[in-house]
Design a protein around this ligand. Structure first.
Ligand code: AMP
Length: 190
């Protein structure tokens, strides 16, 4: 089973992905984490993307596409991936379908976590004290939320049309969201 978890910054994608990984024995593919590790390791790619990430914009589709292909092509992860933070726009959504097809896989469910901008601001300021992410301050959080609003609608429509989309109330408590997601995944596992 391959899962896409989708939502604005601060929606709880990372937290919920970790829960799903443990419960359903999957692997988390967080494009944000992969990109941040490039910056941390001071790679050539890292120096190219750090200013983009710190401004709240999206990195190019080509860069993230290369990163995810490394993961999708690896047999260890076959049909066991939770895509956290990918796709972020329609081009990426279509690219993901093509890529999965190439490696004889597909998406089984798309979980969309819905949260308001107010909640995003609150959660990001909490996360800033815990994780110290360079792009976690209120101004950039608003920018990242706007970036999400701008590019997410076509992605949501795309997954609605393919009947893969499940909307989860991301305003609820962590364990409530955990159980809702578990129920949705169990239901499609049959
Ligand atoms: P995240 O950890 O998912 O909030 O991602 C942090 C930042 O990494 C985003 O604000 C983007 O700049 C970049 N990023 C992560 N995933 C993608 C993606 N799929 N496409 C483009 N940029 C991305």
């Amino acid at each position: 089973m391959n899962i896409v978890i989708f939502g604005p910054p601060g929606a709880g994608k990372g937290t919920q992905s970790k829960f799903i990984v443990n419960k359903f024995k999957l692997y988390q593919l967080s494009t944000g984490d992969l990109l941040r590790s490039e910056i941390k390791n001071k790679t050539q790619l890292g120096s190219k993307i750090s200013s983009i990430i710190n401004s709240g914009e999206l990195v190019s589709d080509e860069i993230v596409s290369n990163l995810i292909e490394k993961f999708v092509s690896n047999n260890t992860y076959k049909d066991k991936i939770i895509f956290d933070g990918y796709p972020r726009n329609l081009v990426q959504a279509k690219n993901l379908d093509d890529l999965l097809k190439k490696y004889k896989q597909k998406i089984d469910i798309v979980l969309k976590l819905s949260v308001s901008l107010e909640t995003v601001k609150k959660r990001i300021s909490e996360r800033q004290t815990q994780e110290k992410r360079a792009d976690d301050n209120e101004e950039i959080a608003i920018k990242r939320y706007q970036t999400y609003e701008k590019s997410s609608e076509p992605v949501i429509d795309y997954y609605k049309q393919s009947h893969l989309l499940k909307v989860v109330n991301g305003e609820a408590g962590i364990s409530e969201i955990n159980s809702e997601i578990s129920g949705l995944i169990d239901a499609i596992k049959g």
